[in-house]
Every structure is written in C-alpha cells, then in structure tokens.
Ligand binder design. Sequence first.
Ligand SMILES: *Cc1c(COP(=O)(O)O)cnc(C)c1O
Length: 359
Amino acid sequence: MEYTFPVTRTTSPKAKPDEHALGFGKYYTDHMFMMEYDEGQGWHDGRIVPYGPLSLDPASTTLHYAQMSFEGMKAYRNPEGRINLFRPDMNAARLNRSNRRLCIPEMDEDLFISAVKAVVRADEDWVPSVPGTSLYIRPFIISPEVSMAVHPASRYLFLIILSPVAAYYEGNENELHGSRIWVEEEYIRAAVGGTGFAKCGGNYSCGMIAATEAKKQGCEEVLWLDAKEHRYVEEVGTSNAFFMIGDTVVTSSLTGSILPGVTRDSTLQLLRKWGYKVEERRLELAEVLEAAKDGTLKEAWATGTACVISPIGLLRYKGENYPINDEKVGEVSQHLYDVLYGMQTGKREDEMGNWVVTL
Ligand SMILES: *Cc1c(COP(=O)(O)O)cnc(C)c1O
C-alpha cells in the first residue's frame, strides 16, 4: 500500500549547487520528511516540510545515549530523465532490524518506502544528472524525549533528508581504482551480541580512531577483524568486503557483527546468477594474506551504497604490504560495478527484474 502525505512547500527555495562540485553531504535540498511516534499512538503525522533546523531539548535522550538508527540509499537520474531508487524494500526491512536491536518502535515497511518516494518526488529537481552524481537519501530516527535515565524512549522522530552528492570516482564515472587498506589490529568495530548488524550512530563514532590511524599510515580505509580473536576479516570501513581466492568469491557470513549491506546481497545474487562459486563463511586473515603472497588472491573489493564497488589494491599489515592484482582493478570488480551502477542509473536493463524502482 502507498501512503500519501501533506506537503508544505518552502517559500524560499535555495539556489542549486554546481553539479560538478557537489562533494558528499555538503548540500541539502529544500524539503525533508518528518513523522512522530508516541506510545499508544504509533507513528503519526507524516508530512513533508521545508528543510530546516530541529528544536531539541538539551536533555533529549538520543544526544546522550545514542538511541538512534539510520539508513543510507540513493536516487539516480535515469536516461529518460526520471528517477530510480534501488531495492528500497531492503532498507525498510533493515531499518526495522536496527530498530528492534535499539528498542526503537518498528515501522510499516510500506510507510517507510512511501515516505522515501514522497520526499524524493517533492525535491525531484534536486536529483543531479551529471554522470556519477546522485541524490543521497538519509532516513533516520532519534528521540526528543527529555530524560537522563537510560531506558527506551516513548517518543521518537523519523526524518528523511536528501543531499545531492558527487561521483564517488571523480573524473570518469567508470574509472575505478584500487585503494590501500590498513588491517586494524588494535581497535574493533563491532562484537557479536553488540550492534554491528544495525545501522546506528554508535557503530561509527567508535571506528573513527582507526580510520584516522589508517590515513596517517597512508591508507584510505580500515580492514576490520573480528572482535574476539582478531583473526577473521569482517568489513572494510563502512563497506562489506569480498575476496576472490582462486575461482571462489568469499565474503564474511552474517555473524551478527557484519552489517548486511544491500550492495553485498546484490553482489552475491549477481555472482551466483552468473555462475561464480560464492561462499559466505568466516574467512581468516591468514588465508587472505597467504593467498595474496602466492598469487591466488585474484581480486578483492568493498561494496556499499556510496561507492557501489571499490576495488582493494593493497593490504598493509604489521608494516608489510600485500598488493592484490598488482594494485590494478580486477575484471570481476569492474564487471560488478558496470552492471550494478548501470542498473541503478537505468543505463542497463534491470536483469533481476524488480530491483530498480522508477518514480
Ligand atoms: C551501510 C554499511 C554497509 C553497506 O551497506 P549498503 O546497504 O550496501 O550501503 C556496510 N558496512 C557498514 C558498516 C555500513 O554501515
């Protein structure tokens, strides 16, 4: 079912930014979606309003105890000038899984999808069309409840804000490059039993220190190992990690500390459909490094909404470099990128039939 929402249009629309200099999260559109939750009443009063600051009591629980959840997705301008979303049902379902873990009330998935569609339609002029650009969509839930006590709130706010963003790969939209990845030995991102599978703010604040260290070491991102033994590879920064060893593609199984990425799932489904051998299992760092040394590690890449596919050129571990595929972009990485990005932008047919939702 599709929900509809009242729209209050801004009386002072902003000037649109230069589509060639969008950056990431620098600009926000004219409108946002807003909806409240009150215990006993459920989610209510969904509406589209002019984009603007929130008024929050300084004692709002989210500000202190990080009870919040969020999503990340993109809208693309297709060759017909219309707007494509990619598998929004997956984001709706994941937000509810995050919510369950964070003791935040769940939401009808049709309500979530309707809200995303409605706010993107309200700001459809903001979906950029320069190759590689997109409209980043950030749905999130916070609590405005005033309390210093640590307990689940009884009032929440659901918002969706929109930001036109630059191509992840600047220059040529199809020109990927291999990034340098720092294998993190000291800090951890998420432990089994914790919130690693949920998209919630706390997971990211605790990872910043490792990303900072990686940059100091001349690397772009962090390869996270499991929290308990520091033995298994888990994720790359805020993306899922894939390794092609021999003719088998391996990614970590969803252990509870892995974020179940929409791009991860799409990659697995496509590879299986194309006849690749694919394994979801725990993968030891030692196996990856050994394979890098003896040349059986053919390719590695990260997957996520922001980058789609980001090839891994090199791993750095204990001061030693482990180049992968001579730091060049591999065939499988490039093909996955071309197909996924092509489908998302409508430049290729949706070979899965129902992944692309056109507004
Ligand atoms: C969002 C995210 C991903 C990628 O998920 P997508 O749905 O593919 O964008 C992977 N890992 C972490 C930690 C994330 O936050």
